[in-house]
Design a protein around this ligand. Structure first.
Ligand code: E4P
Length: 300
């Protein structure tokens, strides 16, 4: 019978922990506990409005017809991250502000300041938009740890770099692999390009690979030495079942779409000079808003 490493090829099973920090991409503390028992550690956690809407307690409330106000939804979110907070290591727990396409930097910052007090290891997640980056700049100046989400291009990652200069702790940028695959691109190329760009930097931004849909993508994040990766429980369960392999020296990733070429960019520019527009960032915001509002609407 083939060993797990032979079965998936170009990998080696290993009792070793990857250098890349592993975060659980979810909104249910029970799931985090299960994964921690399964793989032996969890470095951190990321949440977002869609994942919070799927939390079993929130679903139970909604299905029982209870009308959640925005304040109650925030209180539930707080309860969830307070339960997750002590379970994870030093990569912290990312908490995402509720923002639609019209939300101002001021409003995002108001939420971010509040969310940051919920737990001692919080990272506030802001969208990679102009208003989001203004909120990020002010958060960094106040010493709030940040994670800039819905990143789909190297230019956006460069803008994050410029907007977070002077941060006291590493800022996270979250490039979304799976959603780029969904539009016919080879999503992991963005990880490779961002790492290459940041190789010649002061390293105040850490890459947190997101929207991971398969064990191969997870192995790719190890292969490019992403500082962090956030992974749904389902993929971590598959990885554990295969013996928690790490990529071998001859690791190869079969492209799933068109190549995303590397762009030479000047990281010394102000963030406003980068092109931060991306269709998927707008769509991502709209999806988060829809999932968040659905929990409120269904409850009424
Ligand atoms: C994490 O920060 C992201 O919100 C998450 O990875 C998105 O994943 P998805 O594209 O599978 O929704």
């Amino acid at each position: 019978m083939a060993s797990p490493s032979e079965a998936i090829g170009q990998t080696k099973t290993s009792g070793q922990r990857p250098q890349t920090k592993i975060l659980v991409d979810g909104g249910d503390p029970e799931e985090t506990i299960r994964i921690k028992e399964l793989i032996g550690f969890v470095d951190g956690q990321t949440t977002n409005p869609s994942l919070i809407a799927k939390n079993p307690e929130i679903r139970r409330l909604v299905e029982s017809g209870h009308q959640l106000t925005e304040q109650e939804e925030a209180a539930e979110y707080r309860k969830i991250v307070q339960a997750v907070s002590p379970l994870v290591g030093d990569a912290g727990v990312s908490i995402e502000v509720f923002a639609d396409l019209n939300t101002t930097a001021e409003e995002m910052l108001r939420q971010g300041r509040e969310m940051y007090t919920w737990i001692p290891n919080a990272y506030v997640k802001y969208p990679c938009t102009a208003e989001g980056l203004k909120a990020v700049q002010r958060s960094v100046a106040e010493g709030i740890r940040v994670n800039i989400t819905l990143c789909f291009s190297q230019q956006q990652a460069a803008a994050v770099y410029a907007a977070t200069k002077g941060t006291r702790t590493p800022a996270y940028v979250s490039p979304f692999v799976g959603r780029l695959d969904d539009i016919g691109q080879n999503g992991v190329d963005l990880l490779r390009n961002i790492k290459r760009m940041f190789d010649q930097s002061d390293h105040h931004v850490h890459m947190l690979a997101a929207s991971i849909r398969s064990v191969q993508q997870l192995l790719y994040t190890f292969h490019v030495r992403s500082e962090l990766v956030t992974v749904p429980a389902k993929v971590l369960e598959q990885w554990a079942k295969q013996g928690m392999p790490l990529p071998g020296d001859d690791f190869e990733y079969k492209p799933v779409g068109a190549e995303i070429p590397y762009e030479p960019l000047n990281l010394g520019q102000p963030w406003e000079q980068f092109n931060i527009e991306h269709e998927l960032t707008r769509k991502g915001i709209q999806k988060f808003v829809a999932d968040y509002k659905a929990t409120l609407r269904k409850a009424s």
